[in-house]
Design a protein around this ligand. Structure first.
Ligand code: ADP
Length: 429
């Protein structure tokens, strides 16, 4: 039995005894015992009332004077409360510190609730995004940042890649947005100014485009003279080989310049052509004929299979270059008399343009990097085949412009399949 319980029983016994003695003297023992019990109960009820009153009115003050078990309960409650108070103070201090450090950040930090309404933001958000304290609290963020591209990104994601957009408050500036979900669909938005990075990227693009453009004219002149000399009957025989090589190299440079210009055009945000429906059987047959004409020496079989009657919405010249690059690669990296199959098909979700060959294939460690500019599995072999190293980079960019993806499936010595996967919305009857 606990000491508290023993004390309580002793208290009861004492009260009963006080009443029992006069009761015994007056021959009213039973009534006296009841009276004693009643007094004990009344005292306990008074303590309970005091405890209740303290908890209700002023629980943070020290407890009232009580006795016995109630005193112990009140002290325990008071101690727990004190501990809780200290923990709360500590937590508040941590939150205040976190807020101060987030407020000091140069990046804009914005918290939104499950409905996308503004809950909190730091001062950088006021400068960068123009939010106003306190009138914007509780407003939907998409009512304040109204760019449709941002709205689509914020509402539907995907959030794994950020979003780069021109600033809607400061003309000529660029902002990178990154959203992360937490809790129950709450979101934190981090935004920062990337104008400098954007300018540097733009300078790089302009530089490549300008250099490529400037190289075009001298190259055309050189190629023209080389062709004239190579065809000339006066050319001494020992020069024949040299001129042939010069012609080959100038052709390579020409291809390189053309590919660089095409990549620059695809990268620039300015050129936006209207997509049009493309008849795939006609396009693929044209590409087949071209490929056969250019690579007749390899005597390969090129089969076109059209398993879908749907047309593809897109920019025909760009898609044509992309598909042509895939077919040319299939021819280049497949032995003579190999077989290449070009197939157009669709299912409920996607349209597929695949180019399959039974050529040399690719080691798995190279596959993820193939669409990088100038990435080559085997530099010697690629320059032999006259490739620029830009073909698959062009394919990737063209597909990006068409909301499509490139899937590469390949095994060394066992052929490769390059598949362009188009969303179903790009396909029409
Ligand atoms: P390149 O001009 O060198 O062909 P690409 O960007 O078109 O440049 O291709 C990059 C690399 O991918 C090539 O160097 C080649 O090694 C590899 N590759 C592309 N297509 C195929 C294919 N069908 N079979 C085997 N390797 C391929």
């Amino acid at each position: 039995m606990t000491t508290l319980l023993k004390e309580e029983l002793l208290r009861l016994a004492r009260i009963l005894l006080i009443f029992a003695i006069p009761g015994w003297l007056l021959h009213l023992s039973v009534q006296a015992s009841f009276l004693g019990l009643f007094v004990y109960l009344a005292l306990r009820l008074r303590s309970l009332h005091k405890l209740h009153h303290w908890l209700k009115t002023n629980p943070h003050e020290p407890p009232p004077e009580l006795s016995g078990i109630w005193e112990d309960i009140a002290e325990n409650i008071y101690r727990l409360q004190q501990n809780e108070q200290v923990a709360k103070q500590n937590l508040l201090a941590i939150i205040a510190r976190a807020r101060t450090s987030i407020s000091a950040l140069e990046e804009a930090v914005v918290l939104t609730d499950g409905q996308g309404n503004l809950e909190w933001w730091n001062s950088a958000a006021e400068k960068l995004l123009g939010f106003k304290d306190p009138i914007d609290y509780g407003k939907p963020i998409i009512n304040l940042i109204r760019d449709p591209v941002f709205i689509r990104y914020f509402e539907h994601g995907p959030y794994n890649e950020g979003l780069k957009l021109p600033s809607w408050t400061h003309p000529n500036r660029y902002v990178q947005y990154e959203v992360t979900r937490f809790g129950h669909n709450d979101r934190v938005l981090i935004a920062y100014d990337i104008t400098r990075l954007h300018q540097l990227e733009q300078m790089r693009k302009d530089f490549v485009a300008n250099v490529s453009h400037e190289l075009r004219t001298p190259l055309t002149v050189l190629s023209g003279y080389l062709e004239t000399f190579a065809d000339s009957e006066d050319l001494p025989p020992r020069w024949h080989r040299a001129f042939k090589q010069m012609q080959q190299q100038s052709l390579r440079m020409n291809n390189l310049v053309n590919d660089l210009l095409m990549l620059s055009r695809l990268e620039s945000d300015v050129v936006k052509q209207e997509p049009k429906p493309i008849s795939m059987p006609i396009l693929l047959e044209k590409l087949r004929q071209e490929a056969l004409a250019y690579h007749a020496d390899k005597e390969q079989r090129i089969v076109v299979k059209v398993d879908s009657p749907l047309r593809l919405m897109g920019i025909e010249t760009d898609l044509r270059s992309a598909f042509s690059n895939l077919i040319t690669n299939a021819i280049k990296y497949t032995h003579a008399r190999g077989e290449i199959t070009v197939r157009w098909s669709h299912d409920e979700k996607y349209g597929y343009l695949s180019v399959h060959d039974n050529g040399i294939g690719i080691e798995p460690q190279h596959i993820a990097r193939l669409t990088e500019r100038f990435y080559r599995v085997d530099a010697a072999r690629s320059s032999e085949t006259g490739g620029t190293g830009l073909g698959l980079a062009i394919v990737k960019h063209v597909l990006l412009q068409h909301k499509a993806l490139l899937n590469i499936n390949s095994k060394p010595n066992n052929g490769s399949t390059f598949t362009c996967i188009f969303p179903r919305e790009m396909l029409v009857d």
